[in-house]
Design a protein around this ligand. Structure first.
Ligand SMILES: *[C@@H]1O[C@H](CO)[C@@H](O)[C@H](O)[C@H]1NC(C)=O
Length: 186
């Protein structure tokens, strides 16, 4: 086997062990029509997600703001073993004709990953989806239910999952993010 192929297989094994992976190419969900980035900026709390290896903590939240160069700064925070850990990332609108399809990167060395806002009312809830095709044989995806508050009514979560499902996104493995001990001192 070629070394590159072995590398890909190793990479896949690590992905498969911790991420959500499915056969076939990525689904092609509808995204938020007339997405208004300015109304989307600010603080979002993560309510539920498909498990992601980079997000094992609690109290997960993001603060989106515009930089002078019009890129979007993302301050991602989570609590791990009692300590708040923050990382800064960048989001960009890749095609002005499709403003709800952002690209997100948390390092200079990684390419932008898709960050698609499938649906949002800007002041309560947002559904975000990220999917990457691997050789068009299978795909690895992430999905998040975000909210402006640390919790959402169960009906809202139920409705959010319905929207994902309607777009052929499997959210049966979604897990809630723990927000029980967040706004207390250090
Ligand atoms: C989000 O980040 C911006 C820019 O860094 C900052 O001005 C703002 O206060 C932050 N908002 C919240 C809610 O933390």
């Amino acid at each position: 086997m070629k070394p590159a192929l072995i590398l890909i297989l190793l990479l896949l094994l690590t992905l498969v062990s911790s991420q959500t992976f499915h056969w076939g190419p990525c689904p092609t969900p509808m995204v938020q029509p007339d997405f208004d980035l300015n109304k989307y900026l600010g603080k979002w709390y993560e309510i539920e997600k498909l498990p992601a290896s980079f997000e094992r903590g609690t109290c997960i939240e993001d603060n989106y703001s515009l930089r002078p160069d019009k890129t979007i700064k993302i301050l991602h925070a989570q609590k791990v073993k009692g300590k708040v850990r923050t990382v800064e990332g960048t989001a960009i609108v890749q095609d002005l004709k499709e403003p709800a399809k952002l690209g997100v990167s948390f390092s200079y060395f990684t390419p932008y990953s898709p960050y698609w806002v499938l649906s949002t009312d800007y002041n309560t809830v947002a559904l975000v989806y990220s999917c990457t095709d691997i050789l068009r044989l299978f795909h690895v995806d992430y999905a998040w239910i975000l909210a402006r508050t640390r919790s959402l009514p169960v009906e809202t979560i139920y409705h959010a999952k319905e929207i994902f499902s309607r777009n052929n996104i499997d959210v049966s493995k979604m897990v809630p993010t723990d927000h029980r001990v967040c706004d207390v001192g250090p």
